[in-house]
Write a protein that binds this ligand. Structure first.
Ligand code: B1M
Length: 210
């Protein structure tokens, strides 16, 4: 019975059916399924299927956004129960687009995928000064940051942000991942980041590996 509801839940999320996801999440709660199981075996299970399909170019940005919206409709019901049950997120990550850069579509996708994978995400927004990342980590006690840049002229601000963590004495406490269309693995290594992800779904795998 529980397995059946969770399978239906994950399936509805994959199809992006937000109202169905909401109803099935409520059904799962009413059936006494633990919130952690609803999250992991229903919502996150569905979102990771979407992530894998996105990586293989089998689905595109609109499908991911629709699935994320469906995920949010279920999360709204499960989140308070997870808090009550004392279930901890996998970790906290601060994400932002670097100084001088206003592109946020990719960064928002990364935030959604990370949330969908069970992380607490602090979205710092766009045009983030290096100090804003440092402050974000200090305020939220984050384990990692994710920087996005879409311009060749703003990529260099990623290095400035890493330097700011060094200066604040926090570089060893925080994992730093970077992404965005003009970036490469080589560039990430050159600036001393801990990892580079070419797309939002890979950012989830990268963070888990870090
Ligand atoms: Co701009 N823009 N733009 N733009 N824009 C590009 C990036 C550009 C390539 C267009 C072009 O010339 N062909 C070009 C950059 C050239 C360069 O530097 N090499 C460019 C330019 C020049 C500019 C302006 C300077 C234009 C001007 O004013 N003269 C200006 C700069 C403003 C600024 O930022 N200071 C500008 C402005 C804008 C808009 C505001 C109009 C708008 C942004 C709206 C918004 O984001 N809210 C915009 C847009 C939409 C684009 C294009 C068309 C699309 C970008 C996008 O959202 N892609 C883009 C051209 C293009 O790519 N075709 C272009 C979809 C998104 C899902 O992909 O962000 O790559 P992406 O994210 C991917 C991965 O990269 C990765 O995951 C995502 C999903 O899988 N990823 C991460 C991203 N961040 C990650 C972080 C991670 C991990 C993975 O870890 C943390």
């Amino acid at each position: 019975m529980a397995a059946e509801i969770l399978e239906q839940l994950s399936d509805a999320l994959i199809k992006g059916q937000a109202p169905v996801v909401k109803d099935l999440t409520q059904k799962a709660i009413d059936a006494g399924i633990p919130p952690e199981a609803i999250l992991n075996d229903g919502l996150i299970a569905g979102m990771s299927v979407i992530g894998d399909r996105f990586k293989r170019n089998e689905v595109y940005i609109p499908e991911v956004l629709i699935a994320a919206r469906a995920m949010n409709s279920g999360m709204a019901l499960v989140k308070p129960l997870l808090k009550l049950a004392g279930v901890k997120a996998k970790g906290t990550v601060c994400c932002g687009t670097v100084k001088g850069d206003l592109h946020d579509i990719g960064k928002n996708l990364v935030c959604m995928m990370l949330e969908g994978a069970g992380y607490d995400v602090v979205d710092l927004g766009v045009n983030c000064e290096p100090e804003k990342f440092v402050q974000g980590v200090q305020d939220s006690n984050a384990d990692a940051i994710g920087m996005s840049a879409l311009l060749t002229t703003t990529m260099t601000n990623m290095k400035a942000t890493i330097d700011a963590f060094q200066e604040a004495g926090l570089r060893d406490k925080v994992k730093i991942m970077v992404g965005g269309a003009p970036l490469t693995q080589n560039f990430a290594e050159e600036i001393g980041a801990d990892g580079y992800a070419p797309d939002a779904a890979s950012a989830v795998d990268l963070l888990a590996s870090l």
